[in-house]
Write a protein that binds this ligand. Sequence first.
Ligand SMILES: NC(=O)c1ccc[n+]([C@@H]2O[C@H](COP(=O)([O-])OP(=O)(O)OC[C@H]3O[C@@H](n4cnc5c(N)ncnc54)[C@H](OP(=O)(O)O)[C@@H]3O)[C@@H](O)[C@H]2O)c1
Length: 174
Amino acid sequence: MVTEAAGGVGSVATALLARLGYSVTAVTGRPKTHNYLSKLGATDFVDLAELSEQGKPLQPERWGGAVDVAGGHTLANVLAQTCYGGAVAACGLAEGPSLPGTVMPHILRSVALLGVDSVMAPKPKRKAAWDLLNEKLDRDLLSTMYTVHGFDELPDLAEKLMANQIQGRVVVTV
Ligand SMILES: NC(=O)c1ccc[n+]([C@@H]2O[C@H](COP(=O)([O-])OP(=O)(O)OC[C@H]3O[C@@H](n4cnc5c(N)ncnc54)[C@H](OP(=O)(O)O)[C@@H]3O)[C@@H](O)[C@H]2O)c1
């Protein structure tokens, strides 16, 4: 599963995982993005509201693995719903930097929490990531994930970003 799937990180994660053969469940707070996410390869959807409140430390097992860009209660609930032996990549803090969960998923279900940082990642890892993108990321899909805007549009874009009205990535021509 991929949380905040309609954002920049979530869109790429959804498309890549689908291409790699996984059944992708997309978590989003915006139902109007379902059609976009279906085209990227998502086959199921979960409303963000189902995950963003405090939940039980262990919940029914639902996910083989997850890419999370939310943090906060959403990440804690994703961990609590991950199947025995699964892994969750923590990439972001769109909801918040806290991790209000317990060790239960880790010590009772062997669930792994994997840290992801793209800024200081060493060159071999970067090369492996770019090779994977080059090989597996569909260029036609990629072109649906971004829009191009002029520098003078930045104030308007910033307001839209904060109001969660932007889908995928924005490329600014400086
Ligand atoms: N670890 C790394 O190396 C790395 C690299 C890049 C980014 N990041 C982090 O990953 C996160 C996402 O980055 P991004 O570039 O994908 O951002 P983005 O394009 O702005 O997307 C963020 C998504 O988060 C959801 N969202 C927005 N406001 C929210 C809120 N108040 N509570 C919960 N969810 C909210 C929305 O998803 P829906 O509309 O689908 O609900 C939105 O599309 C950020 O925290 C960023 O700092 C980390």
